[in-house]
Design a protein around this ligand. Structure first.
Ligand SMILES: [Zn+2]
Length: 331
């Protein structure tokens, strides 16, 4: 670490300092908030020092933590919103039913009300909602701005033709796994569907799975990530994945965690070996001879039935049972 030195007013000389986190309580609109801010501490006398950049950093920390506690959108969120719907700040303000300069003020750092923040959040996570707002405030916008934003919303809507539940599951996977390749993601979704349906007697998401040459695939998810160029996190449109955490039930999260902690430790190619030995993929492609269509349906019932059998033999509601099953399948 680079040596940090500055003038300490207690010691009356240049001293070394270290950066530490400190909890401070601030009262905002009659409510106490605890913030974790960064302070510089003199290594000689132990007093706080005022060093360059620390005040700006603290302002940023207060702002970020306040917004997080209150569930308010950030400046970054608003910039993403403008980017994904290809709309400027004034037309965006009018589209959302705000005053003409409201978005401009937010971009300058003013903190939005909870009500307005929720409107922004809805637009950011739902092209359908954005379109509804565009229709509502059509007459306030120029033809050019309206058409451009509507076109962007339409193309996002068709891109995000996967179910709401599927988006939440993918978002949860991205949160929990450091790195997910498109091949791996497809397999994990298939395992999640199979295991959830075997344990709870119903599908977790309605999306249909297909038996492609390289294993089970959800084509809409495939298209989505083809367009994201395998780099969803850096893509402003990734905001569309971030919905409400409560959208997943405890049972659903339990199954996803189970899959993450077992199948999730293998790479995409190894997981392909597993699915190639499993009946749902094999049976779906059987009976076509050499002319297997590139995309055959794997019925949900077939997956449920298969994993119900596996459950009887291995007990797949535990990590131990699942890992043994995977191990035996790869052997
Ligand atoms: Zn000192």
């Amino acid at each position: 670490m680079a040596e940090r030195k500055d003038f300490c007013i207690e010691c009356r000389k240049e001293t070394e300092y270290i950066l530490q986190k400190k909890a401070v309580v601030r009262n905002i609109r009659n409510k106490d908030y605890t913030f974790e801010i960064t302070v510089a501490i003199c290594t000689i006398c132990g007093e706080e020092m005022s060093v360059p950049g620390i005040i700006d950093k603290n302002i940023q920390e207060f702002d970020e933590q306040y917004r997080k506690t209150e569930g308010l959108v950030s400046v970054d969120d608003i910039e993403k919103l403008m980017k994904i719907y290809r709309i400027g700040k004034t037309p965006l303000s009018l589209t959302l039913g705000f005053g003409e300069v409201t978005i401009t003020r937010y971009l300058d750092g003013q903190i939005p009300s909870k009500e307005y923040s929720d409107v922004i959040k809805s637009a950011l996570t739902s092209p359908v909602y954005m379109k509804q707002k565009l229709y509502e405030n059509r007459e306030k916008l120029t033809d050019a701005a309206y058409n451009k934003a509507l076109e962007a919303a339409n193309s996002l809507e068709s891109l995000f033709s996967v179910s709401e539940k599927m988006l939440r599951v993918i978002s949860y996977l991205f949160d929990k796994l450091e790195e997910v390749t498109p091949l791996m993601l497809q397999k994990l979704l298939y395992f999640i569907q199979g295991i959830y349906s075997a344990l709870y007697g119903k599908a977790i998401f309605i999306d249909e799975c297909r038996a492609w040459l390289h294993g089970p695939v959800y084509p809409e998810v495939y298209d989505l990530f083809k367009d994201f160029k395998y780099n969803p996190i850096d893509d402003a449109r990734f905001a569309l994945f971030e919905g409400n955490d409560d959208a997943l039930t405890d049972d659903e999260k339990r199954v996803i965690d189970l899959v993450i902690n077992t199948y999730g430790i293998y790479g995409g190619k190894t997981l392909e070996k597993v699915t190639h030995k499993e009946l749902p993929w094999i049976e779906s492609r059987k009976g076509y001879g050499d002319g297997v269509p590139s995309s055959v349906l794997i019925p949900k019932e077939r997956m449920m039935k298969y994993y119900a059998e596996v459950n009887k033999r291995y007990g797949i509601s535990t990590e131990e049972g699942l890992l043994t099953y995977i191990h035996d399948t790869l052997a």
